[in-house]
Design a protein around this ligand. Sequence first.
Ligand SMILES: *Cc1c(COP(=O)(O)O)cnc(C)c1O
Ligand SMILES: [Zn+2]
Length: 558
Amino acid sequence: MDALTVERQTMLECINCHTRIPLDKRVAGCPTCGENILEARYDFHNIDVQRWLETIKRRKPTLWRYAEVLPIQDPKNIVSMWEGGTPLIKSEALAASLGLKNLYIKDERQGPTASFKDRQATVAISALKEMGVGEVVVPSTGNVAIAYGAYAARAGIKVWAFFPSLTPGDKMREAALYGAEVIKITGTYDQTKELAARFAKTKGIFLDRGIKSVAAIEAMKTMAYEIAEQLGDELEDGQRWIAPDWFLQGVSGGMGPIGVGKGFQEMKAFGLIDKMPKMGLIQSSGCAPMVEAFQRGQRIATPVENPQTIIATLATGNPGRAYELLYDYVKQYGGHFTSASDEEAFTATLIAARTDGISVEPATAVTFAGLIRMVRERVIQPDEVVVLNCSGHTMSVEKHILGDQWQHNVDLSQQNKTPSMPEEGLLSALEQVEAKVRRIVIIEDNHDAARLMKRILLARGSYEVHVANDGRQGIQLVQEVHPDMVVTDIMMPDVDGFKVIETLKADKSTADIPIVVVTAKELTVKERARLGGQIQMLLQKGSFIDDDFVETLVNQLE
Ligand SMILES: *Cc1c(COP(=O)(O)O)cnc(C)c1O
Ligand SMILES: [Zn+2]
């Protein structure tokens, strides 16, 4: 990074009473009113905006090209891995299928740790380095801790990462790989944040304040600067910077859109853009406190105590002040809050992958699902310029989407050999036994698959679902709870599905319980014969998570 070219003084301003104090990264609240959110303000001495733009163009395309509006005083403290400067990709097939003329994907997957949390990490870790902090506690649903892990490793800073149990194990492992101390909390994300804060206080370790920290908001705003610069290149040959009509993001704590909103406000104040974008804010419907408050017309959100979503990244139950800031933004500049279910998100994952070739993690799929919904509901108009924050790559989480059965083998030689076993969806299996089904035991050694099935069942009706992760435990559970139905996997180590079925059928007290077999494996003729007559239904893993498929079945049943 070259030295800052513009002389400036960085101040902190209270968002409540507007008291200003010089930048001090350790200040946690307003000295006048106690408000805990302070925003950075850059007081420039004689800034020549045109000259500044010329300078920016000559710098490397990382987010540090906007260093004059970032809260690091000495460029020597910058910890960088070429983050930001992500591509703005024009959507072709997806845009066409939605009838949109200008849909752009801000591809944040292309950061060093594959999510837009790399922005937060580079600024926050640089700020820690500037403060001389050697250890930091950070609560995270996954991506923040991974990004902090990487940047902290470069800076020689120790990270204590607190995760809620919903976070996929692969993400925790990734953070551990960078040397972070991983603490898994069996509880919600909100509880995890509380525990992390208590831990930091007792141990006297610096606590990352997330959305309440200057670094996080300033980091996220660089997305806005990049978008305006890139849209200017796209739409008007770089003649000027342009704000889109819409900025869309899947929202958890709200750091992204709050930062981006601040970025556009600054650019408008500098005269770099002439309008403010509307915000499309999408939450997971199992954890949508902002959407619910907005629909009730309220400026304060009621926290969701027990988030019902497997999308850990979006599981902030209590958005606190962040919602008020976003509510105010939407009231002033326009926008919309909406939600999408986990199933809609999984469907959207496939759509994004198979139209535009973009593979995203579920939190980002929620954004695509929200886009589709907002276009259908005519909230977004065909000729509006839409930028979607493609916030994270699918990576470790793809299991939820594809199941284990990601390839289909069509073997015609086996057709009509087992007419008694329809291969249909889980839902139709349930419809067959109708209202009688209330209590279900799932026996499945793949934890993710079990969790997904449980989630779908709970979403579809008032079922009591018990899960066993191996055959022996499953048989015991069935004998204990006497369910109305058993759903079992076939391929399990030790006591497999065949053994489970045989044992249950041989026991008088369990022999009558209907059994649905869910299998990732194409069964041989012999294996099918072994199952024949003993089970209610055979079902290929993966097929039932497609929403359209489920709907088709429902329609057939009606
Ligand atoms: C953190 C994160 C979000 C939610 O971000 P907020 O702006 O804090 O609500 C969405 N998608 C991905 C991939 C994330 O890592
Ligand atoms: Zn104040």
